[in-house]
Design a protein around this ligand. Structure first.
Ligand SMILES: CC(C)(COP(=O)(O)OP(=O)(O)OC[C@H]1O[C@@H](n2cnc3c(N)ncnc32)[C@H](O)[C@@H]1OP(=O)(O)O)[C@@H](O)C(=O)NCCC(=O)NCCS
Length: 178
């Protein structure tokens, strides 16, 4: 999948290099991710990538820069419910100098296109902490609507934080914005 600045391609075990490993063990990157509750070794991450690649209900992609192929983050469509034709989306931009530059929004738009055009899904959805302003803004810019709030659903340090549920239907999607 190619966008203006990004290429999304399948993530492979060979992508598990020190940089990717560092993202997963950096509390600044994982503050709003459930993966933060454990530490990650290279073997753990390779096993995770292998398991995702073998799973028919999941599409795990590397977010790379179009200009030089640099691997800056990952995005996942999954789990996919093939009966209901819907899939969840989650992502991270691991490279600090690549956050806040529109790449998260573009990666979401690209995987949404894949979900609707290639996989024939009817709906995509996501969830985030209400305090994760960048994530909330990125999904909304990509066309997602807020569908609900889960009161004090998450814990961030000693604070309970609302969860925000977001969704986008095929019929609402504007492909020209990809
Ligand atoms: C959340 C994340 C994927 C967003 O990607 P990104 O590339 O940084 O976001 P974008 O550059 O596309 O920005 C999207 C919007 O968020 C805003 N934004 C980005 N970073 C922000 C920040 N730190 N504070 C406030 N707003 C921010 C941008 O301004 C933009 O809105 P605008 O165009 O109206 O100004 C990325 O920051 C990230 O990976 N964070 C760590 C992991 C994570 O939290 N993942 C999401 C779990 S649900």
């Amino acid at each position: 999948m190619e966008g203006r600045h990004l290429v999304l391609r399948p993530l492979t075990p060979e992508d598990v290099v020190p940089g990717y490993l560092a993202w997963m063990n950096d509390p600044g990157v994982t503050r709003f991710l459930e993966s933060r509750f454990r530490s990650w070794s290279r073997e753990d991450l390779e096993a995770y990538v292998r398991a995702e690649r073998a799973c028919p209900d999941s599409v795990l992609l590397a977010i790379t820069l179009r200009e030089d192929g640099r691997h800056i983050g990952n995005i996942k469509l999954g789990p996919i419910d093939h009966n209901a034709r819907r899939g969840a989306i989650g992502l991270l931009i691991g490279e600090g100098d690549c956050r806040g530059r529109g790449y998260g929004t573009q990666a979401i738009r690209l995987i949404v296109r894949h979900a609707f055009e290639d996989l024939g899904l009817h709906r995509v959805h996501a969830g985030c902490y209400a305090t994760n302003v960048a994530s909330l803004a990125a999904f909304k810019k990509a066309g997602f609507r807020e569908e609900g709030r889960q009161r004090q659903h998450w814990r961030d340090g000693e604070t309970y934080v609302d969860g925000v549920l977001l969704g986008l239907l095929r019929e609402e999607w504007c492909p020209e914005e990809t």
